[in-house]
Design a protein around this ligand. Structure first.
Ligand SMILES: [Zn+2]
Ligand SMILES: [Zn+2]
Length: 275
């Protein structure tokens, strides 16, 4: 059974994605997906927290807010239009930068998404997953790679406590540009934080996004890493594949690999829906 709990970033509403959302929905249907969560990025609360490409394109936060309104309206109409072919959940992917708690809460209040994906793309307001250079900048700002991991998992813990997002996006994306990540994830002060965050996820009955976009970017395993998946499985946490698609040609990419890895890890493959 094919599903994606985190996907559908499109060129209609996101500068670093491409293609039309409706074409992507049709591609999910053609590929035989039973259900998909459409979870576009949120608009920033101010101009300072825009993504690099949004700054370069001169899009201000007010424009991005209007674009997000168009996203929610379009996604809701596609949900209805294709309801006989596929079950779509309409949500969004949140952030964890300065001021995110009231910002995301007000977006939830205003747009009433089916659910949200809680992600951390910033440490000290630096968008560390944008490029290797940004990652380096984040390491410097945190005072080293180990402090960067620690800070990331602290921010994630607060985010989960404050927002209770039904889905945790790419739980260990902080490993993105770190060739030594397997070793770093085992360091006690990091692995303790990972265990603590997973326990919170378990107690709130939230879902881990098994994010396959890492494979596209050259990693040899999805987020979460194998060592974390083992702990999640033992705790009985729901883990569900997410293609994190950002274009037509990444719709459903590596989903079969994800399904197989989860099955082999002993995860319950009755994929839990986000709602
Ligand atoms: Zn994106
Ligand atoms: Zn993300």
């Amino acid at each position: 059974m094919k599903v994606s709990i985190h996907g559908g970033h499109s060129g209609d509403f996101c500068l670093h994605a491409k293609d039309h959302l409706e074409d992507m929905v049709q591609a999910y249907i053609e590929k035989g997906f039973q259900w998909v969560g459409i979870t576009e990025h949120i608009p920033p609360p101010n101009d300072a927290l825009r993504y690099q490409d949004e700054i370069a394109a001169g899009l201000d936060h007010e424009y991005l807010k209007q674009q997000f309104t168009r996203y929610m309206t379009t996604a809701r109409s596609l949900q209805k239009k294709y309801q006989d072919d596929i079950q779509l959940f309409i949500g969004f992917e949140s952030e964890a930068y300065s001021g995110y708690i009231p910002h995301v809460k007000s977006l939830i209040h205003q747009y009433q998404p089916d659910y949200i994906v809680g992600s951390v793309h910033h440490v000290n307001d630096i968008n560390f997953d944008d490029s290797p250079a940004c990652y380096e900048k984040a390491i410097k700002s945190a005072g080293g790679i180990i402090p960067l991991y620690k800070r990331y998992f602290e921010i994630q813990y607060e985010m989960i406590q404050q927002l209770s997002p039904k889905v945790i996006g790419h739980f260990d994306v902080i490993r993105l540009y770190d060739p030594l990540y397997r070793k770093h994830l085992e360091i006690p002060e990091i692995s303790q934080r990972i265990h603590r965050n997973l326990s919170l996820i378990r107690s709130k009955e939230l879902i881990l996004d098994f994010n396959l976009r890492s494979l596209l970017k050259g990693a040899d395993e999805p987020y979460v890493s194998g060592s974390i998946l083992k702990v999640a499985q033992a705790m009985g946490i729901s883990v569900v594949p997410g293609d994190d698609s950002h274009s037509l040609d990444t719709v459903g990419l590596n989903i079969d690999t994800g399904n197989r890895l989860l099955q082999n890890a002993g995860i319950n493959v009755q994929w839990q829906k986000p709602v």
